[in-house]
Design a protein around this ligand. Structure first.
Ligand SMILES: Nc1ncnc2c1ncn2[C@@H]1O[C@H](COP(=O)(O)OP(=O)(O)O)[C@@H](O)[C@H]1O
Ligand SMILES: [Mg+2]
Length: 362
């Protein structure tokens, strides 16, 4: 899958822009603050309808405008035109100039794997950040995953609200609570199985890719869940045991909403024992493992975005990563320095110099 053409209107600091891309490598370069991230962000928004930067949609619209438009032509066996319009009244999406009423029917048609400097926090950050990343990644591969997750979260809210009600009334058992618990477990088990399968598949690629980047080290992700290897009856019993605690807290203490995954390098927890460099390499390896998995599952490559990946890496690691990129995949790389690419064949890439919302094609 690749994006041939992109048109922006009032997106961030781009008042108007039309670009044709290279099917393989597109290097977006320029000084800081010029609009490099904004450009790749627009591609991400076109695919996922929201930014990877945790921002309100309003800030995606040029500060002097009231609406923004991103349009792109995607080639994946055949060409499809995608369009998203952002305004104060929300967002509208089109496929081949036909209005798509439900965002969920639009999202994830354009598949994107993104690396962003914030991702470096995945190893160190809270479990909720890791779960969020995991959810985004799995839902690109499996559309029903997101539906299960939404259903689970709705049930979780209902169960928590009902626990609070029981707390007030002083009741301990209720048929309604049992029904909610059982439904929660059913969805939870589906999500658990998807997460488990996904991490197992990622692990098949992870160490090999890590070694290609860093030289040595055995890397694996360990999935930690309350549901670990349990059947439904065993999980039900866990909830029964936890009922007093649940009632006194007025919330559900067990379930896949507390899941976590941990990186282990040579059997040591990377969060506690890893250097910053090892943690970075692990995240990059995970992104590339996801890419391989995606190719295997879907039979085509997603679009890869590497935003500011190279600013803190040494030249050897950069070259190792660039070797991984040189396959049949379209990649967008933002950088302040073109010298990383001096060994590239000029036919393999386009480069775009970004200067304050204006682009010069090289
Ligand atoms: N909604 C907006 N309207 C106009 N300019 C914006 C908007 N949002 C961000 N910018 C400008 O975009 C620039 C930052 O762009 P960014 O892509 O993050 O830079 P970099 O090239 O360092 O990645 C800043 O100058 C900022 O003022
Ligand atoms: Mg940037």
């Amino acid at each position: 899958m690749w994006i041939k053409y992109l048109k922006l209107l009032n997106f961030r600091n781009y008042e108007g822009l039309e670009l044709h891309f290279h099917p393989k490598i597109n290097i977006i370069y320029g000084n800081n603050g010029m609009g490099k991230t904004n450009l790749v962000e627009s591609i991400y928004v076109l695919g996922l309808t929201r930014s990877f930067r945790l921002v309100n949609d309003r800030v995606l619209i040029h500060k002097n405008a009231s609406m923004a438009k991103v349009e792109g032509l995607i080639e994946n066996r055949y060409e499809t035109n995608y369009k998203i319009i952002l305004s104060k009244d929300g967002k509208k999406v089109n496929i081949n100039n036909n209005k798509v009423m439900k965002l969920s029917d639009y999202v994830s048609k354009i598949n994107i794997i993104l690396f962003h400097p914030n991702d470096l926090k995945i190893v160190k950050d809270t479990p909720s950040i890791r779960r969020k990343n995991l959810n985004i990644d799995i839902s690109q591969l499996n559309l029903s995953y997101l539906k299960d997750l939404n259903a689970y979260n709705k049930l979780l809210k209902q169960r928590n609200a009902y626990l609070k009600q029981l707390l007030v009334s002083g009741n301990e058992s209720s048929d309604y609570l049992d029904i909610l618990t059982e439904k929660l477990i059913d969805y939870g088990m589906r999500i658990y199985n998807e997460r488990k399968k996904f991490i197992e598949l990622i692990n098949q690629y992870l160490s090999d890719i890590y070694q290609k980047i860093a030289g040595i080290g055995n890397l694996m992700i360990k999935y930690v869940s309350d549901y670990q290897d349990l059947n439904k009856n065993e999980i039900l019993r866990l909830y029964q045991k936890s009922i007093k605690k649940d009632l006194s807290f007025g919330k559900t203490n067990l379930g896949i909403h507390t899941d976590d995954f941990t990186f282990f390098l040579d059997e040591a927890d990377l969060k506690d024992y890893g250097s910053e460099g090892q943690q970075k390499n692990a995240i990059i390896a995970m992104k590339f493992a996801e890419l391989e998995l995606f190719k295997e599952k879907k039979g085509y490559s997603p679009i890869l975005i590497l935003d500011d990946l190279f600013s803190e890496l040494d030249q050897q690691k950069i070259e190792n990563i660039l070797k991984l990129v040189l396959s049949d995949i379209q990649v967008f790389i933002t950088t302040t320095n073109m010298k990383h690419f001096q060994n590239f064949n000029k036919n393999d890439y386009f480069h775009f110099l970004i200067d304050n919302g204006k682009v010069m094609e090289g």
